[in-house]
Design a protein around this ligand. Structure first.
Ligand SMILES: Nc1ncnc2c1ncn2[C@@H]1O[C@H](COP(=O)(O)OP(=O)(O)OP(=O)(O)O)[C@@H](O)[C@H]1O
Ligand SMILES: [Mg+2]
Length: 218
């Protein structure tokens, strides 16, 4: 049985800015197995977000290959990439990225391939927001907003959750709540999670720690 979800082979990512080239990733090799919970740490500019973007098919490598479930992400058309992202990958971000004009429930339903309010409610119950379906973003604490974002990320039953500094805007108490929730999703639902963080407290919840420096894993 092949339990590799993602495989990076000698991945380079170069950004061109006018005549200048930024080598954001420099030959990354990485294998992510189903059911893993990985924290990625490293200094600003070391390539953490770039790595996460490639893992989430938001971008493709300049050199080397990224395989998702054994398939080279470069072989997908733009449309297929979008379909993969929508159905198989969940994202959460530092700034939550909720739609302020939509209710909590509508935010969770938004990405659904088949909109299903009952399922959205189940997901919101799971993240502890049972009584807050009708609220708007501005009526929620930061920790609650991130919990909505987690429920939304789970809307299409992804097999991997990618998080870029998910607790970057949260206090210690909410950081613990969010990381406990991710830990539960990993342990109880077998969700594969990769979380970039600057916070050692948050990183402790993961099963594995990856450190990056100068565009590579050290
Ligand atoms: N779209 C882009 N165009 C040009 N350069 C970029 C782009 N995105 C990232 N970079 C550069 O690539 C390098 C790696 O950036 P990346 O965002 O992956 O770092 P990071 O480890 O996530 O940093 P941080 O902790 O500050 O979020 C940096 O030098 C950055 O300036
Ligand atoms: Mg970053």
């Amino acid at each position: 049985m092949n339990d590799t979800v993602l495989e990076f082979n000698q991945v380079w990512k170069t950004y061109k800015m006018g005549t200048e080239k930024v080598k954001a990733l420099r030959g990354v090799d990485l294998i992510i197995k189903k059911g893993s919970f990985i924290a990625i740490m490293g200094p600003s500019g070391s390539g953490k977000s770039t790595l996460l973007h490639l893992a989430g098919i938001l971008d493709t490598p300049t050199e080397g290959t990224v395989l998702m479930n054994g398939k080279n992400i470069k072989d997908y058309s733009g449309k297929e990439q979008a379909k993969q992202r929508r159905s198989n990958i969940g994202f959460i971000f530092q700034r939550f990225n909720l739609m302020p004009q939509l209710t909590v429930l509508e935010n969770v339903m938004l990405p659904m391939i088949s909109p299903d309010a009952e399922k959205a409610k189940i997901l919101l119950d799971k993240v502890g927001l049972k009584d807050k379906y009708k609220r708007f973003q501005k009526q929620l604490s930061g920790g609650e907003q991130q919990r909505v974002a987690i429920a939304r990320a789970l809307a299409n039953d992804p097999y991997i959750l990618l998080a870029d500094e998910p607790t970057g805007e949260l206090d210690t108490q909410n950081t613990r709540l969010i990381m406990d929730l991710l830990k539960n999703l990993n342990e109880n639902d077998g969700l594969t999670i990769v979380a970039v963080t600057h916070n050692p407290l948050a990183a402790e919840y993961a099963k594995e720690l990856i450190k990056m420096q100068d565009g590579n894993i050290i």
